[in-house]
Every structure is written in structure tokens, then in C-alpha cells.
Design a protein around this ligand. Structure first.
Ligand SMILES: [Zn+2]
Length: 416
């Protein structure tokens, strides 16, 4: 017994004389080295309403917008997926036509930003190999993802056009059910039932198969728990959750159940854990009420209404909002990495990635814009993740999925 104790004490001592626990400065320096060496992919960045307009400049950071080329460079954010998002609306010809036209405007805006205005600094990647080549050239990488399948209405042929315009992931549903799938968050204003299709509709299944054939990753974020399982069961290629949290850590309808997480893993896919305050922990009711009251005071609740306020009013609004944020701070990078830790333990290092949802409600204390991206790497290093593991979480896993999805589509074409 004594011998065993002595051995335990000896082995617990540093193996190399002088090798003590790292100082904080050493940890920060190591995190910087890792952050600079790895490709960082953020799978969900929305585009501002004026993104494609002549007045928009990706080089000029402005109020309320969280991602620009200078802040991407400053924070070491290499490769965001810019999002073609259309909110769920009426499911009739008027609604479908409007949604499709809105989606095309957003594709055009992203291509204008990357192909025309800033082509010397950023380039659209259509494949994993593209992303690696562009990154190696020193430019930033832009991917395109689609959030909500509503714009295709019931016309599956439109998926080919979306793929041709550069879409490399496609989320079937947003808030409110649609023709393809049940949403994690039914529309309460129209009294939608908890489920309309009991998961994926027959059309939704065809959409998943067509996306597989086109080499576009299928995204389960915003899908109901049952839709998520149905998509995993239907897809012949790995799937992703482009921006989701983990339900076992914080119970929110948008967060992945353990079953959902394991279903994604089973496809060989990846769950991108998102820096979204209300998916990470409970937002105090007083804060929600204070923000609503501020909106009433200024007659502007939605971001687009707030952005239209005259300059003096906008400054007053921002000042009061800053006071609210100071009184009830958002979730932290530690909260984000708590969910990452859980997902890694539950589904393995190969199944986990990172997303911000910047410009779409995302952003937390410590990672509230592209400029602060390093802080996530620093927290991962503090938790003991190795460079190899961090490289996987920050983009290696996503590129692996993208490659496998491309290969699946190529094999299908070869058979024809
Ligand atoms: Zn979203």
C-alpha cells in the first residue's frame, strides 16, 4: 500500500524538472499561435438589409453590424457562411413568388460583395478544396448557406438553381412550419399546432434526396426534434446543424436533444454550437421586458425599425440599450464552451463545430463581433483542447462533411 502511494506521488510530480503549470500569459500566447495557424469557419452569419446596396461597404464597420472584412482580419475569422434567409410567410403563390425574389436578391448581394466589390480580399468557395485554396492564398473565404426552404415553395427544381448560385447548405425550415418540415418553433401568432407533418413531409424527403444528389449539405437547425431525426434517417450523406445549442445544457426548443446530436453523428455530420444568448442560458424576464419597453418608448422594436431612427434618436436608443446590456449581461464565451464541452463528450470531437449567428441575433459577452473571434479559441485552450482538436472544431469537421457530401454527389453522377 505504501509503495503504491509513493509511486502515485512520484508520478504526479512534473516529469521534467521546472515544467510547471503554464502561466496565463503563456496560455494566451499559445492560443494566439493556434488561432493564427488554423482555418476558422463560422457557419452562420446573416447579411444586413442593405448588404447589396451601393451604400453598403464591407470595409467599413458600422453600428449594429458584427462582421466586416477589417474585423474578420482583426479577429482571425477566416470563412463565414453568409446566409440567404427568408422569413416564413404565406404559403400561396404570392408568398412563394415574393420569397423566391427575396432569396435571389440575397444571392446577388453576397456575390456582389465577394465577386465585384471586394474580389481582391474575399472569394466565394464552392467546395472544401476551394476553401483551402482561397485560405492558402491569403484571402478570406465566403460560403453561402440557405436558411428556410420556403422560397422554393413546392418546386423542387429550384434547388438546382440555388446550388448553381453557390448554396452549399440548405436548412429546410425556420420559425413556423412550411411545406417541407415541422419547425422547432411553430408560429404562435397563427396558432400553429406543435406538429403539422409529424416531422419531414413527403416533399421534404424529396428535397433531402435532391440536396444529396446536388452535393448540398442538409441543415437541421430550426427543424423540430422529429424533423431532425427524419432528416438524419433520410439523408444518404452527412448532415449538419448550422447553428444550434444543446438541450441537455439548456432546455430551449431550438437546442438539439441528445438523440438529435447522436443522429447527426451517425450520419458522419457536425453540430455547430451557436453563440446565441437565449439558447445558452435563461434570459432574465426583467431584461426581456426592459428591451420591449425601450422599443415602445422609441416606437421601434424590430432591428430594421430601429436602424431607421434619426441619428439623435438612434444614439439615445443605443445608450439606453447599452445600460440594459450592462445591467443584465449576455451569456459568456464560457457558456458557449460549456455547450461545446457537452457536445464533445456526448458525440465526440468529430461532431462539433462553431457558429455565431452574427447579424441575426447572435453575439455574446466576449464574442460579439468578428473582431473578438480569438476569445473562443482562448477559452478552448484554457479547457485543455489540443491544437488538433481546436482545428477540427473550428472548421476541420465542417470541411470533412462538405467533402463527403461532394463525394456522395459525384458518385451518384458517375453512376448515371
Ligand atoms: Zn437561425
Amino acid at each position: 500500500m505504501r509503495t503504491w502511494l509513493l509511486a502515485a506521488v512520484l508520478f504526479a510530480a512534473p516529469l521534467v524538472p521546472g515544467a510547471q503549470a503554464q502561466t496565463d500569459a503563456e496560455i494566451v500566447a499559445r492560443a494566439h499561435t493556434i488561432h493564427d495557424r488554423i482555418l476558422t469557419i463560422d457557419t452562420h452569419v446573416d447579411i444586413p438589409a442593405n448588404f447589396g446596396s451601393d451604400g453598403y461597404d464591407m470595409m467599413k464597420p458600422v453600428r449594429g453590424q458584427q462582421v466586416h472584412l477589417p474585423t474578420m482580419i482583426e479577429g482571425g475569422l477566416d470563412a463565414p457562411f453568409f446566409i440567404v434567409f427568408v422569413g416564413q410567410g404565406e404559403r400561396n403563390t404570392w408568398g412563394y413568388a415574393k420569397a423566391l425574389s427575396d432569396a435571389f436578391v440575397k444571392f446577388a448581394a453576397i456575390h456582389k460583395m465577394a465577386d465585384v466589390t471586394n474580389h481582391d480580399k474575399i472569394e466565394i468557395a464552392l467546395s472544401a478544396a476551394d476553401a483551402r485554396r482561397i485560405y492558402a492564398s491569403g484571402k478570406k473565404v465566403a460560403f453561402i448557406g440557405v436558411e428556410n426552404g420556403y422560397p422554393i415553395g413546392k418546386d423542387i427544381r429550384l434547388l438546382d438553381q440555388f446550388q448553381a448560385f453557390g448554396a452549399r447548405y440548405f436548412g429546410l425550415v425556420h420559425n413556423g412550419h412550411n411545406d417541407l418540415a415541422d419547425s422547432a418553433q411553430p408560429n404562435v401568432r397563427t396558432n400553429e399546432p406543435a406538429a403539422e407533418h409529424n416531422g419531414l413531409s413527403p416533399l421534404g424527403k424529396d428535397v433531402v434526396r435532391r440536396l444529396n444528389a446536388l452535393g448540398v449539405m442538409v441543415d437541421v437547425s430550426h427543424s423540430s426534434a422529429k424533423s431532425t431525426l427524419d432528416i438524419a434517417a433520410t439523408s444518404a450523406a452527412p448532415i449538419i446543424a448550422s447553428h444550434s445549442g444543446v438541450k441537455a445544457v439548456f432546455d430551449h426548443p431550438r437546442n438539439l436533444t441528445d438523440e438529435g446530436l447522436l443522429a447527426i453523428k451517425k450520419t458522419g455530420g457536425v453540430a455547430q454550437i451557436v453563440a446565441f444568448d437565449s439558447y445558452l442560458r435563461a434570459v432574465p424576464a426583467e431584461k426581456t421586458e426592459a428591451i420591449a419597453a425601450l422599443g415602445r418608448e422609441f416606437g421601434a422594436g424590430r432591428p430594421d425599425e430601429i436602424a431607421k431612427l434619426p441619428a439623435d434618436k438612434l444614439a439615445a436608443y443605443d445608450k439606453k440599450m447599452a445600460e440594459i446590456e450592462l445591467k443584465w449581461p449576455r451569456a459568456s464565451v464560457k457558456d458557449l464552451v460549456d455547450q461545446i464541452d457537452y457536445a464533445v463528450k456526448m458525440a465526440g470531437i468529430e461532431t462539433v463545430g462553431i457558429a455565431s449567428d452574427f447579424n441575426g441575433g447572435g453575439g455574446i459577452t466576449g464574442w460579439n463581433g468578428a473582431a473578438e473571434t480569438f476569445n473562443v479559441t482562448l477559452e478552448l485552450v484554457r479547457r485543455g483542447y489540443t491544437e488538433e482538436q481546436i482545428a477540427k472544431i473550428w472548421g476541420g469537421n465542417l470541411l470533412r462533411v462538405m467533402e463527403r457530401v461532394e463525394q456522395h454527389a459525384a458518385r451518384g453522377k458517375a453512376r448515371k
